[in-house]
Design a protein around this ligand. Structure first.
Ligand SMILES: [Zn+2]
Length: 106
């Protein structure tokens, strides 16, 4: 696992950090091994303009996907949603996959 230069992962909370291993395994499964690098492009940084973003609360990360095919992205999102379970939201954005721990009480 690598963190993009400039991305800030300080302040990420346990519901996210405890899932790094699962996220990395899903990534490894979706991406062929030769290309494998799991890169976090955004942690608690870069969302000052969106106060309600869970990035600010340390409960969301973005991961790099630009070298994945659309099929690999679909596979990755499907796997992440399955293995992280209903307490996590996984969203494919144009240039990254956003993962957040949705801890709101029902
Ligand atoms: Zn995000």
């Amino acid at each position: 696992m690598r963190v993009k230069q400039g991305a800030d992962c300080r302040g990420l909370k346990e519901p996210i950090t405890s899932k790094f291993f699962i996220i990395e395994e899903c990534y490894r499964h979706a991406v062929s091994p030769a290309e494998f690098t799991f890169v976090i492009t955004c942690g608690t940084d870069s969302h000052e303009d969106r106060p309600t973003s869970l990035h600010n609360a340390g409960l969301a990360i973005d991961i790099r996907i630009w070298f994945l095919s659309p099929g690999q992205v679909t596979q990755l999102v499907t796997d992440l949603q399955y293995y992280l379970g209903p307490d996590y939201d996984v969203v494919a954005e144009s240039d990254h996959v956003h993962i957040e721990a949705d801890l709101r009480e029902v």
